[in-house]
Design a protein around this ligand. Structure first.
Ligand code: ZN
Length: 84
């Protein structure tokens, strides 16, 4: 059975290479798409940087809900900053 045809998320041309499938855009649209994604992330990175400086957010959690909230916030920051 043939692989289903997958189309570029930007221009809707069929994707050809393994790399194009991994990033979901064709090689023609790739650079502009990455630049757009980086620009879209800029406000989130700014917010993360501001929160990182806010000592009120990074207290030592005394209760389970506080610790859970801290863990969730750290995970969100790591995802936005592109860390594993
Ligand atoms: Zn494309």
């Amino acid at each position: 059975m043939a692989e289903p045809i997958v189309y570029c998320a930007v221009c809707t041309k069929p994707l050809r290479t393994r790399h194009e499938h991994e990033v979901a855009v064709c090689s023609s649209c790739g650079p502009a798409y990455r630049a757009g994604a980086k620009a879209a992330l800029a406000p989130l990175r700014k917010l993360v940087d501001e929160q990182a400086e806010d000592e009120g957010l990074w207290f030592i959690g005394q209760t389970a809900p506080e610790a859970y909230l801290q863990q969730a916030l750290r995970r969100l920051h790591a995802a936005i900053e592109g860390e594993p």
